[in-house]
Design a protein around this ligand. Structure first.
Ligand SMILES: NC(=O)c1ccc[n+]([C@@H]2O[C@H](COP(=O)([O-])OP(=O)(O)OC[C@H]3O[C@@H](n4cnc5c(N)ncnc54)[C@H](OP(=O)(O)O)[C@@H]3O)[C@@H](O)[C@H]2O)c1
Length: 242
C-alpha cells in the first residue's frame, strides 16, 4: 500500500496519535501537512520525519479553539498545494472527571471549542482544497464517547458533548458531501494503547482478543478505508470494548 500521490493534512500531530499518523503516511510516500498547537511542536515532528528521509513534510501552527489560527493553517497549506486528498481531524482536547462540577468554565469552553467548533471550522476551511482532489476523504477521530448511549468512559461531560458534536457534524456531512465525491469516514474508538511508533513497543504491543484496542489497529483501519475504490464508502468504524 503506497500513498505517493496523496496529500494529507493532519491536525494535532505534535504528539501521540496525530504524530503516529504523520509518521506512517510519510513512510508510505504521502506528502504530509501537519499541525500542532505550537509551531515548535509541529516542527519537531516534521524534523523527525525528515530525519527518516522524507522531505515532503510541512509544519504549521493551528490552535483549534482559534478560528483565525485555523484559517491561517488552511491558507498556509494552500501556498504549497492546490488540493488536499485526505484531511484527518485528529485534534481534540481530552478532559477527564465524571463529575460535571469538577471542571472550570474555561476548561469546558476549551474542550468544546477544540473538538466541536474546531472540527467544523477545519473542514470548512479545507473544503475548497478537498474539492480540488479527485479522491477526497475527511477522516475524524471521534471516540466511543460520541456514540449515543455510551457511558463507560471517565471523560468529563464536556468531552462527551464535544465528541457528540463531531458525531452530529460528520453524520450530516457524510450525506451532503457524498454527491460531491467526498467520503466522510469516522472512527469511534474506546481508550486505546498509544505506543511510540518509533519505539520497540510498536511491534511488541499485544494485539490479541483480550487486549485493548491499539493505535496500530486504528492506523490500519484508516489506511484501509482511504485506499479503497471510491464506491467503497466506509462511513464509520465502531469497536467492541474489552
Ligand atoms: N487516546 C485514546 O484512548 C482515545 C480514545 C478515543 C478517541 N481518541 C481521540 O483520538 C484523537 C487522538 O487521540 P490522542 O490520544 O492522541 O490525543 P491526546 O493524547 O489526548 O492529545 C490531544 C491532542 O490534541 C491536541 N490539542 C488539544 N487542544 C488543542 C487545541 N486547542 N488546538 C490544537 N490541538 C489541540 C493536543 O495538542 P498539544 O500537544 O498542544 O496539547 C494533542 O496533540 C483525539 O481526537 C481523541 O479524542 C483518543
Amino acid at each position: 500500500m503506497r500513498f505517493d500521490d496523496h496529500r494529507v493534512v493532519i491536525t494535532a500531530a505534535g504528539r501521540d496519535f496525530g504524530r503516529t499518523l504523520a509518521i506512517h503516511f510519510a513512510d508510505l510516500g504521502a506528502e504530509v501537512f501537519l499541525s500542532a498547537r505550537t509551531l515548535a511542536g509541529a516542527e519537531r515532528v516534521r524534523d523527525e520525519i525528515r530525519g527518516r528521509g522524507h522531505e515532503r513534510v510541512h509544519a504549521f501552527a493551528c490552535d483549534l479553539t482559534d478560528p483565525s489560527s485555523i484559517r491561517e493553517f488552511a491558507t498556509g497549506v494552500a501556498r504549497h498545494t492546490d488540493r488536499v486528498d485526505v484531511l484527518i481531524n485528529n485534534g481534540s482536547r481530552y478532559l477527564s472527571g465524571p463529575d460535571l462540577l469538577s471542571a472550570s468554565d474555561a476548561d469546558v469552553v476549551d474542550t468544546l471549542a477544540s473538538g466541536g467548533t474546531g472540527t467544523v471550522l477545519t473542514v470548512k476551511n479545507f473544503l475548497p482544497l478537498l474539492l480540488n482532489s479527485p479522491k477526497p476523504d475527511i477522516v475524524t477521530m471521534i471516540s466511543a464517547c460520541g456514540t449515543p448511549g455510551h457511558h463507560r468512559s471517565d471523560a468529563h461531560d464536556a468531552f462527551y458533548a464535544a465528541k457528540t458534536a463531531q458525531t452530529g457534524f460528520t453524520e450530516i456531512l457524510s450525506k451532503r458531501l457524498r454527491p460531491r465525491g467526498v467520503r466522510v469516514i469516522s472512527l469511534y474508538p474506546p481508550d486505546f494503547t498509544n505506543p511510540d511508533p518509533l519505539s520497540e513497543d510498536w511491534d511488541k504491543t499485544p494485539r490479541g482478543p483480550k487486549d485493548p484496542l491499539t493505535a496500530q489497529s486504528l492506523v490500519d483501519c484508516i489506511l484501509f478505508a482511504v485506499s479503497q475504490p471510491r464506491d467503497c464508502f466506509i462511513k464509520s468504524f465502531h469497536f467492541e470494548q474489552v
